[in-house]
Design a protein around this ligand. Structure first.
Ligand code: DX5
Ligand code: ZN
Length: 217
C-alpha cells in the first residue's frame, strides 16, 4: 500500500519540515491538491508548489487536478515535476486525449471521480489509466468526514478492474483515518491519500507511522 499525505492539510510555512516528517514516517508519495475556485469552491496550490515539493524531498509528487480546462495546464505540472497526475472525469470532455498526453510525457495518468459520479463513466477509459482516484468526500477541503457509501463503490471498482484483467490501481481520497484505513485496503485500495490524518495532529511522522500500522493491522 502506498500512503500519500496531502499537503493541503500541512503547515505550508514549514513545507520542507512537514515533508521530511512524513518521509521519515514511511510515506511514499506526496499528494498535491490543485483547485481553481470554479470546479471546486476553494483555491489552493499550483505548479510552483509542485516544484517546491520536488526540491524539498525525495517523494514523488502526485498531482490531483480539481480544475476546469485542465488540458491547458497539464504541461506546466509535468514540467514542474509531477510523477502522477489525476484529472476529474466531470471536468474533461476529452478525457482520453488528456490521459494519452500525460502518458506520452512520461507521467502516470489517473482519473478522479466525485462521490456522486458513477463507475460506469470509466468504462472506456479504464484500460488506459494507471489509477482511479475515488473521492470519499466532496472535493474542495481537507478535514471533511468520510462518506461511507464509498466503501462499496471501491469494492465494485476493484472487482471490475480484476474481472477485466486491467493494471489500474484504486486510490482513495478524503476523510481517511486510522479507524477506516484498514477497511479501505481490504476493499481494494492500493493508494491512500490522507490530509488531516497525516498533518492535523501536530506530529506528522508519528501520524504517518500510525496510518501505515493501522492499514496492515
Ligand atoms: C479534497 C482533497 C483531498 C484532501 C484530503 O478535495 O482532494 O486530497 O486534502 O484531506 P483529508 O484527508 O483531510 O480529507
Ligand atoms: Zn486530493
Amino acid at each position: 500500500m502506498i500512503l500519500a499525505p496531502s499537503i493541503l492539510a500541512a503547515d505550508l510555512s514549514r513545507l520542507a519540515d512537514e515533508l521530511h516528517a512524513v518521509e521519515r514516517g514511511g510515506a511514499s508519495v506526496v499528494h498535491v491538491d490543485v483547485m481553481d475556485g470554479r470546479f471546486v469552491p476553494n483555491i489552493s496550490l499550483g505548479p510552483v508548489i509542485v516544484g517546491a515539493v520536488r526540491r524539498s524531498c525525495t517523494l514523488p509528487p502526485d498531482v490531483h487536478l480539481m480544475i476546469e480546462d485542465a488540458d491547458r495546464y497539464l504541461d506546466a505540472f509535468v514540467d514542474a515535476g509531477a510523477a502522477s497526475i489525476s484529472v476529474h472525469v466531470e471536468a474533461m470532455p476529452h478525457l482520453q486525449r488528456a490521459v494519452a498526453h500525460l502518458r506520452s510525457r512520461g507521467v502516470r495518468p489517473g482519473v478522479a471521480l466525485n462521490p456522486s459520479t458513477p463507475l460506469s463513466t470509466l468504462e472506456e477509459i479504464l484500460p488506459e489509466v494507471d489509477f482511479v482516484l475515488v473521492m470519499s468526500v466532496n472535493p474542495g477541503f481537507s478535514f471533511q468526514k468520510f462518506l461511507p457509501a464509498t466503501l462499496d463503490k471501491i469494492r465494485r471498482l476493484h472487482r471490475e478492474i480484476a474481472e477485466r484483467g486491467l493494471p489500474a490501481k484504486v486510490q482513495v481520497d478524503g476523510g481517511v483515518t486510522v479507524d477506516n484505513i484498514r477497511s479501505l485496503v481490504q476493499a481494494g485500495v492500493e493508494i491512500v491519500v490522507a490530509g488531516a490524518a497525516s498533518f492535523g495532529g501536530g506530529d506528522p511522522e508519528a501520524a504517518t507511522r500510525a496510518l501505515l500500522r493501522a492499514a496492515s493491522a
